[in-house]
Design a binder for this molecule. Structure first.
Ligand code: F0G
Length: 460
């Protein structure tokens, strides 16, 4: 990666959206009113919004132009075929089913393929994916290699799945209990960490040896392709498209939240090779998402996705994108904020246990840090720790806590400049100064599934 000061953003700004800083007093009041949950804040009360990289990109001029071409025919829209052909070209998968977003595709695929008592093996499932697996009465099994859980590391592919564990699980459970293996690229839940081509190739061989199909959760497939090109020997000279095509060639299908690497504000899809899987999926597509050629989207959304997918596999764009994430990580490390290293593709993940060691995990240290970051700098990050991932053991009734207690600062694509990143780093300076006085949180309301979106807290 070139040093950040040797080049500039590979685009110029054509339209601006004003943002405004609030006072500390206002933020203290607003976060209390929000039940200490940043999801309940109004967007306009946030100065720099790093809640998610999902659905928050700036579209290109070409994508905006493509919207005008949207064909809104209920069935057989031209926009669908254009979109389908772009997905086919990248993935090689014959059948393409649009969905309103990633979890729509998850809903369709899980309902079609997963039954009670099944297990979905993967490197590390994202929370909505985990939610959908649990809703089917099945078990989400994370088989990330141990290295992937380390905060500090120089390992280039921390998203890799543990191949021996995969082999063992498949042998023990048998193919009738594992409808598919799901590899998430990049692996969001441990830091946007990439998965190597070598690991994908082997996982594919093992899954197929057991007659189990391999699917990708490919929300960030372009970022993963860039990491392969820049970190995996033998791929330096390949184009990003060739790398993506090779990756998909090892699988049998994918589900995608297009709100990430398709550079759009809404959209998703599932795609697959096998017509039996396709037939099962479309039984659920129509009642859940809509007719096969629109799947919960307008024709213009399909156009924007097609265009976004056509422009995302670009070396200059991805170097700038992933470079900005690394830049923020470096700013934080220089200030003594422990972050996951190497930094991943779409955000910086802060080790909240290390920043607030005096707050025990049942008092949500990562949530507490998320709250303080908003109060200090008007910056909105998101908790990926006990609130999002803790589960109750059905056998013992005990809470199983996740290994990692993280605050994620996800960077929207093509939206913020490096000066915004400097402001974020400065907010941490203030937090570090007063960290020993920061208190933990207690839940006062929670929903039965995906509680982190609506949970309410009070200070301990
Ligand atoms: N899979 C991964 C790896 C994701 O990161 C997400 C969403 C989904 C599936 C679900 O997609 O939101 O379009 O329904 N991640 C967002 C995030 C929400 O902030 O990381 P969706």
């Amino acid at each position: 990666m070139r040093p950040r000061n040797e080049y500039a953003e590979p685009y110029r700004i054509k339209m601006v959206e004003p943002i405004k800083m609030t006072t500390r007093e206002e933020r203290t009041r607003k976060i209390q009113e929000a039940g200490y949950n940043v999801f309940s804040l109004r967007g306009e009360d946030v100065y720099i919004d790093l809640l998610t990289d999902s659905g928050t990109p700036a579209m290109s001029d070409t994508q905006w132009a493509a919207l005008m071409r949207g064909d809104e025919a209920y069935a057989g829209s031209k926009s669908f075929y254009r979109f389908r052909d772009v997905v086919r070209n990248i993935t090689g998968y014959e059948y393409v089913i649009p969905a309103h977003q990633g979890r729509g595709a998850e809903h369709v695929i899980m309902t079609a393929l997963v039954k009670e008592g099944d297990a979905i093996l993967g490197n590390m499932h994202f929370d909505t994916t985990m939610g959908h697996i649990l809703l089917r009465g099945a078990e989400p099994v994370n088989l990330l290699r141990q290295e992937g859980y380390k905060i500090e590391s120089s390992e280039p592919f921390k998203g890799n799945i543990d191949l021996e564990a995969l082999e063992r699980e498949l042998e023990e459970r048998g193919p009738e209990k594992v409808p598919f293996v799901l590899i998430t690229v990049t692996c969001n839940s441990n830091g946007g960490q990439p998965v190597s081509m070598g690991n994908i190739r082997e996982a594919s061989r093992i899954a197929h040896k057991h007659n189990v199909p391999l699917f990708f959760d490919c929300a960030r497939f372009a970022e993963n392709s860039w990491f392969i090109k820049n970190r995996e020997p033998g791929y330096e000279k390949k184009s990003l498209l060739e790398i993506a095509q090779e990756m998909f060639s090892y699988g049998d299908g994918c589900i995608m939240s297009a709100k990430k690497d398709a550079l759009v504000n809404i959209g998703g899809f599932a795609a697959m090779r096998d017509d039996n899987i396709y037939r099962k999926a479309i039984e659920w597509e129509i009642p859940f998402e809509g007719y096969l050629t629109y799947g919960g989207l307008a024709g213009r959304d399909l156009e924007a996705m097609a265009q976004g997918l056509s422009e995302v596999l670009d070396d200059d764009y991805l170097e700038d994108r992933i470079g900005q994430v690394a830049y923020l990580a470096d700013l934080l490390l220089a200030r003594g904020v422990p972050v996951i290293t190497p930094s991943g593709g779409h955000g910086v993940y802060i080790d909240a246990k290390a920043v607030l060691p005096h707050i025990p995990q049942p008092q949500f240290p990562a949530q507490a840090l998320t709250v303080e970051l908003y109060v200090e700098g008007g910056v909105r990050g998101v908790e990926l720790g006990a609130c999002t991932f803790a589960r109750t053991d059905p056998a013992t009734g005990e809470t199983i806590y996740p290994e990692l207690e993280l605050v994620r600062l996800a960077i929207p694509r093509r939206v913020y400049t490096d000066r915004h990143m400097l402001c974020v780093a400065r907010a941490f300076e203030g937090i570090l100064e007063r960290r020993s006085s920061i208190r933990g949180l207690r839940i006062t309301y929670e929903a039965p599934v995906l509680r982190h979106f609506t949970a309410e807290f009070e200070r301990v």
